[in-house]
Design a protein around this ligand. Structure first.
Ligand code: ATR
Length: 282
C-alpha cells in the first residue's frame, strides 16, 4: 500500500492591503531553488481581526507568516517570545508557530536592508555617516541593525522631532555599546552631509517633496529608498539629479524574505539570484 505524501508546509503574508505583496512570488522561488516543500499564500486580514486571523491560520496548520502594514506592532504584542530586534523596534515582520502553541516573533527588515546595502550594492556601512529619514515603524525596524552594522554616526531626521527623539532614546544604549553617535534632528536643522541616506518615510507614496535638502548628499553617496516601484521614483530621480547613486528597496524586500525563510526552514535561499531575476523582470 502506498501512503499519500504529506501536504506541503503552509506559510503566508498577512496585511491590509496585501494584494500588492511580492512575498508569495519570492518565497515560491526560494522554495523552488532550495527544494523545500511549502505553500505560501496571501491573506487579507480585517483591520480589527489580526489576532483572529493568526488563530485561524494556525488552526489550518500554518507554520509561519510574514506581517506587513498595519499589523507589525500587533504581531509583536501577540508573540510569546521574540528576538532582541523586535524588543528594540517594537515591531515584528515574521512570526513562527511552534507545535506547543508558542509564537516567536522576529524583525528581518533591518537585516534585509543591511544585506542589500553591504552585499548587493557593495557599499560598506562600518565607519560611515548615515542619515535615516523618518521615524515611523519602517525607520524603527532598521535602526538597530544599522547600528550593529557599525555606522560611525546616524542622524534620524523627522518632520515630527519628538518621534525621532523617541527612536534615538530607545536605541541610545545600543549606540553607546557600538560607539556610534546617534542624534535626532528636524529636516530643516540638517547641516552635515552623509555617505548613505535612507528614506524610510511614506513621502513618495503621498506624492510629496523629498523631505530633506539636497545638501545632505555627499558626492557619489548612496541614496536608498525603502520603497520600490513607482512609490520610490520621486526620491530616486531627486538623488540621481544631485549626483548620488540611487537604489530602491526591492533588494531589501528579497533579503528580509531570505532571513524569514532561513528562520522557518533552516536553509539560506540564493537571494542575490532571486533579486537579479526580479530586477530583470521589471
Ligand atoms: P511606516 O510604518 O511606513 O514607517 P508611519 O509609522 O506612519 O509609517 O511613519 C511614516 C513616516 O513617514 C513618519 O516618519 C512620517 O513623519 P511624521 O512622524 O512627522 O508623521 C513620515 N512622513 C509621511 N509623510 C511625509 C511627508 N509628506 N513628508 C515628510 N515625512 C513624511
Amino acid at each position: 500500500m502506498t501512503s499519500s505524501p504529506l501536504p506541503p508546509d503552509l506559510y503566508c503574508v498577512m496585511g491590509n492591503p496585501v494584494g500588492h505583496s511580492r512575498s508569495p512570488a519570492i518565497h515560491a522561488r526560494f522554495a523552488e531553488l532550495t527544494g523545500e516543500r511549502l505553500r505560501y499564500e496571501r491573506r487579507l486580514i480585517a483591520l480589527d481581526g489580526f489576532a483572529q486571523g493568526v488563530r485561524d491560520f494556525v488552526a489550518e496548520g500554518g507554520r509561519g507568516c510574514n506581517i506587513t502594514v498595519p499589523f507589525k506592532f500587533e504581531a509583536q504584542a501577540l508573540a510569546t517570545t521574540c528576538s532582541d530586534r523586535v524588543r528594540l523596534s517594537g515591531a515584528a515582520n515574521v512570526l513562527s508557530f511552534a507545535s506547543d502553541g508558542s509564537i516567536y516573533a522576529d524583525n528581518t527588515d533591518g537585516l534585509g536592508l543591511v544585506a542589500d546595502i553591504t552585499r548587493n550594492a557593495d557599499v560598506p556601512l562600518a565607519g560611515r555617516d548615515v542619515l535615516l529619514v523618518g521615524a515611523g515603524g519602517a525607520a524603527a525596524g532598521v535602526l538597530g541593525p544599522l547600528l550593529l552594522a557599525g555606522a560611525r554616526h546616524i542622524t534620524v531626521a523627522n518632520r515630527t522631532l519628538a518621534k525621532a527623539q523617541a527612536l534615538v532614546q530607545s536605541h541610545a544604549a545600543l549606540a553607546s555599546l557600538q560607539k556610534s553617535e546617534l542624534v535626532a534632528l528636524t529636516p530643516q536643522a540638517l547641516e552635515a552631509n552623509f555617505d548613505v541616506i535612507i528614506n524610510a518615510t511614506a513621502s513618495s507614496l503621498a506624492g510629496a517633496e523629498v523631505p530633506v535638502p539636497a545638501s545632505v548628499l555627499r558626492p557619489g553617496c548612496l541614496a536608498y529608498d525603502m520603497m520600490y516601484g513607482p512609490a520610490a521614483q520621486g526620491f530616486l530621480d531627486w538623488a540621481r539629479q544631485h549626483g548620488a547613486v540611487p537604489r530602491d528597496g526591492l533588494g531589501m524586500l528579497v533579503e528580509q524574505a531570505a532571513e524569514a525563510f532561513l528562520l522557518w526552514r533552516g536553509v539560506r535561499p540564493p537571494s542575490a539570484q532571486v533579486l537579479q531575476e526580479m530586477q530583470q523582470a521589471l
